[in-house]
Design a binder for this molecule. Structure first.
Ligand SMILES: [Fe+2]
Ligand SMILES: [Fe+2]
Length: 186
């Protein structure tokens, strides 16, 4: 893949930075959830961290003809708190991506006829909508001092589509086959 327009390339690098940091942040917050006695929420963080890795991987690979050093600016939520607070950080980060970042990046990629970037941003936007909902569900439980009641979590390695318990025949976002999903069993 390749990119012809500087603005789309900047957005891809920023999105790569944001996804990379989200990946790491969710692994850190997953450890906190484990220590608080909420292993299912810890597992949710790790599954979603993997989805963010898939997004970063897509953004990075669209830029494969843009070699060199760059300083990357990207929004990121910081702080280590309780699991309820960390889940709020997750919700806030996902909502920023859903409501502002990815819609703007996606429209820009379309305007600049950047097909690879358009696909990468579309994949991320669709997954983040699910992530915000899953973090909200987890937070509702954590607020009551309970772990989440959730079975195996599956993540599409192509687009980051995330689903619990009922694996679709093929990914509804990118069309990947069922057997490609990575599972995070209880
Ligand atoms: Fe996400
Ligand atoms: Fe997918």
């Amino acid at each position: 893949m390749s990119v012809n327009n500087a603005m789309t390339a900047d957005f891809l690098r920023s999105a790569y930075g944001g996804e990379s940091m989200a990946h790491m942040r969710y692994l850190i917050w997953g450890d906190v959830a484990d220590k608080e006695g909420m292993p299912n929420i810890g597992r949710l963080f790790r599954a979603i961290a993997y989805a963010e890795y898939a997004h970063a991987d897509n953004h990075f690979k669209v830029l494969d003809d843009q070699k060199g050093d760059y300083t990357v600016a990207a929004g990121a939520v910081f702080g280590v708190g309780t699991t309820v607070e960390n889940l709020q950080g997750g919700i806030d980060g996902e909502l920023h991506e859903i409501e502002q970042m990815y819609p703007v990046y996606l429209e820009t990629a379309r305007f600049q006829n950047e097909k690879g970037a358009e696909r990468a941003f579309h994949y991320a936007l669709e997954a983040e909508k699910i992530h915000a909902k899953l973090f909200q569900d987890a937070q509702d439980m954590a607020r009551q001092g309970k772990d989440m009641d959730i079975g195996t979590i599956y993540v599409c390695p192509i687009c980051g589509h995330t689903v619990a318990e009922h694996l679709p025949e093929k990914c509804p976002v990118c069309g990947a086959k069922q057997e490609m999903y990575k599972d995070f069993p209880a």
